[in-house]
Design a protein around this ligand. Sequence first.
Ligand SMILES: NC(=O)CC[C@H](N)C(=O)O
Length: 418
Amino acid sequence: MSRNTQPSALLVLEDGRVFRGRSYGAEGETFGEAVFSTGMTGYQETLTDPSYHRQVVVQTAPHIGNTGMNDEDPESRRIWVAGYVVRDPARLPSNWRSRRSLDDALRADGVVGISGVDTRALTRHLRERGAMRVGISSTETDPNALLERVRATPRMEGAELAAEVTATEPYVVPAIGTKRYTVAAVDLGIKSMTPHRLAERGVEVHVLPATTALEDVLALGPDGVFMSNGPGDPETADHPVEVLRGVLARGIPFFGICFGNQVFGRALGLGTYKLRYGHRGINQPVQDLTTGKVEVTAHNHGFAVAWPTGSDDSPDGGPDDAADTSATGRSRRHARAAIETEFGPARVTHVCLNDDVVEGLSLSDREGRLRAFSVQYHPEAAAGPHDAAYLFDRFVGLMAGAGRTDSTGTTTHPEGAA
Ligand SMILES: NC(=O)CC[C@H](N)C(=O)O
C-alpha cells in the first residue's frame, strides 16, 4: 500500500505541540518518551535494541527503510521501540539482504509509527525543551484528548524496565574457536552483538537474567563479569548494583556498557542523573582522558553518571555542572576525575566532547593495575564505527592478567583481592 493511502495520524507532545502525518507501521495508538537518534544508518539495530523499550524514536535522517529489514542485523528477538517517527519512508526497500519492508516489520511487531513528520522541527523542539512524553495515534483525531492521555502516562525517570526485557532463562553463547575464558553477562537489555564480540575473542558467554543472585553469578566461576546496556532509570537498578559490589569486593574483572556503566558508577558511590535530551547516534566524539585519544562512537543514553563532587564549589556534578563546558568548568571537573572508593582508586576515564558528560569509568588496585572498567557508549558498534573495539580486547587482557589463564584452570583468582 502506498503511503498516500495510509490513514492520517497525530503526534502530540506532553507540552501540547502537535504534528500531523500518516500512519506508518501498525495502526492504533502508542505512548512513550520522545527521543531522537541522529544515525544515518542502522535503523534495524536501533529498532531492535532493548534499551529503546518505552521510547518513541524520532529519526533525524529523512529517508528511512531504504534497505528493508534483514535476518542478520537484529539485536534482539523483536522491535522494542514504543513508537517510530520518520519523515519520508522508502516505498520499496532495495538491498540484497532485505527480507521484508520496514513498514511490514513494524506492523508484524505491532509497533505504531507516523510518517510525513517534519522531523527536523520535532528534533529542534526536543533539543530545546528536552526529552518528553509523547503519543501517536491513527485512531484519535482530537489533539486535546490525546494530550490528556499522554500526560497520564509514566515518565522515564524512576522507570524500572530491565525485568521487562531481560532473558527469562540463562543461555550460553559459545566461544568462537578455542575457548579461553568464561564470562557471566548480566542481561539488563543486552544487544546480541555484545556476546558475539566477546565470543570472537574466545570467550564463552553465560547470559544471565537481570534478577540473578550474586551466588549464582559466582557459581559459574567466571573469569570476568559483564553488565549490559538496557532501558530505564539507573537509579532503580539496586539489585544489579548489589551484585556488582559483590563482584568488585572479590576482585573479579568487570566490564560494563551503557546501563552497565551507570550500575558501575553507582557501585562506586557516584550518582546518576537525567540528561536533557540524551545522546543517540553513531558519531559522538569521546575522549579517553588517560591517553588523550579521541574516538567516534555509537551512543544511546538518556541518563549519565554524575561527575565526582570535589572540595570546590561545584554543586553536584549533575546537569548544570556538566553543561558548563567553559575551560574553567572542564578543568574543574577533570581535576576531580580521580576518586577514592571502598574498592580502591577509581576515575572518570572518558568524556563526551560535545557536552563533557561522563562516558567511562575505571577501578584500579593500589598498585595502579586496572581491575574493572566501563563505558557509557557502544563499543559493540551495532550500528556504528569500530573505534572502540579495543575495549573488548582490554577486557580479555584484564582476565588474562587476573589469574586464570585458560580453560585448563591452572591458576585461580586471588580470593577477595582488593
Ligand atoms: N543504552 C543504554 O544502556 C541506556 C541506559 C539508560 N537506560 C539510559 O537511557 O541512559
